[in-house]
Design a protein around this ligand. Structure first.
Ligand SMILES: *[C@@H]1O[C@H](CO)[C@@H](O)[C@H](O)[C@H]1NC(C)=O
Ligand SMILES: *[C@@H]1O[C@H](CO)[C@@H](O)[C@H](O)[C@H]1NC(C)=O
Length: 368
């Protein structure tokens, strides 16, 4: 999720969410909803489809749940009990959560062993401590990594599938070209540390059946990005995850903030395993600046969809599932650029019957 997009729905989140949300879900959800309860896990792929053990298609209808920010605690736990949130997710029609984590949660033991209380204390967030004490007292003195596992467990208890998304290295808001988290070799993005972290998370959740996928790295970007290193490290990361946990889908993001995968045209990914590879793509209104507000929406939609097909949509024809792991708008409805984009996006996503993850379930952040 890019820095420049200020989510303006904070104070009104519930209201605007309830307003637009049913429309989005109705358009994107297939007639026969496939909930995790019905899916025979683990998942795998069959050409461009994600399928369960009996070969039935499972459409990922996910929502992003943020846990990679400064406090490294899943957002919202100061507002509602974990189980209430987890139950709310399937009742709104989602069958899965893309759950974000910062790499250093897996590789820095002094971070992982901080308690939830200590983590908020360090940030001076005393109101959040009081809120968690009231709503989720059982996690307040747990280490951060245990609290993360508790959320995954709570989602599992409610038959919600989870995709673990390595969103960033250093806990905090993502993403910019200059945050040192953008590409292999950046200040906070040592490829070896990344492989170690992926391996640890894959191992930690091996045997946790509702963890169905791992998104290897969110929105690669910045001045260091290049195709050669993409293959070198993404293939290595994919192999590391698969050998630590062969049950999860391995989900690969492209370059330029997860917009650009056209290089796969010329060179397929070379992996030792089959039936587990998924690509992910992000698409927002602001991805194309103010094009929607300024242009003829029909023409803009035609141009941008052509571009989407060239840079990522072609993967469907090549026999790979394409997971739109982030999309979303200002739900208050006043942003013309967003509104026009959303009409076009929904048409594209429905036409191609894509798997998707809406940004976001979160109405406000502990620190933002
Ligand atoms: C590990 O985490 C601790 C606690 O947040 C932090 O103070 C320290 O700088 C981190 N170490 C590294 C190498 O990132
Ligand atoms: C694919 O990877 C294998 C194992 O690393 C290697 O032997 C093979 O040459 C690679 N194939 C291509 C086309 O790069």
């Amino acid at each position: 999720m890019i820095m420049i997009f200020m989510r303006r729905c904070l104070g009104f989140s519930l209201l605007c969410f309830l307003f637009l949300y049913p429309i989005i879900i109705t358009i994107l959800t297939p007639q026969t909803k496939t909930h995790a309860a019905a899916a025979d896990l683990p998942l795998s792929t069959d050409s461009r489809w994600v399928v369960d053990q009996s070969g039935r298609r499972v459409k990922l209808a996910c929502v992003n749940w943020v846990s990679h920010l400064d406090a490294v605690v899943a957002e919202g736990l100061s507002k509602q009990p974990m189980d209430v949130i987890s139950k709310g997710i399937p009742s709104m029609g989602f069958n899965c959560v893309r759950f974000t984590w910062p790499l250093f949660l897996a590789t820095n033991d002094s971070l992982a062993s901080l308690t939830v209380r200590q983590s908020f204390q360090k940030l001076g967030l005393f109101e959040s401590i009081a809120g968690i004490q009231a709503n989720n007292p059982s996690i307040i003195d747990l280490p951060l990594i245990k609290a993360f596992q508790m959320v995954v467990g709570s989602l599992g208890d409610n038959n919600v599938m989870v995709i673990l998304d390595n969103h960033i290295s250093n806990p905090g808001w993502c993403c910019s070209n200059y945050d040192g988290n953008g590409f292999f070799g950046d200040k906070y993005f040592n490829p070896d540390v990344w492989i170690t972290g992926l391996t640890k998370m894959a191992t930690l959740f091996n045997g946790v059946s509702n963890v169905v996928g791992m998104s290897l790295r969110n929105e690669l970007r910045g001045s260091r990005q290049n195709v050669n290193d993409w293959y070198r490290y993404m293939q290595k990361g994919a192999e590391a995850v698969h050998s630590a946990n062969p049950n999860v889908l391995v989900i690969l993001s492209g370059l330029s903030y997860d917009k650009e995968l056209s290089f796969i045209h010329n060179q397929p990914v070379n992996l030792s395993f089959t039936g587990k590879l998924v690509f992910e793509v992000h698409w927002y209104g602001f991805t194309d600046g103010q094009a929607w507000a300024e242009g003829n929406p029909n023409q803009v939609c035609g141009n941008i969809v052509n571009n989407m097909m060239r840079t990522s949509g072609f993967l469907l024809d090549q026999g790979w599932p394409l997971f739109v792991s982030e999309f979303g708008v200002d739900l208050r409805g006043g942003n013309v650029n967003d509104n026009r984009y959303l009409n076009c996006f929904l048409g594209w996503a429905a036409e191609h019957d894509l798997d998707w993850a809406y940004w976001t379930i979160v109405g406000s952040y502990y620190l933002r």
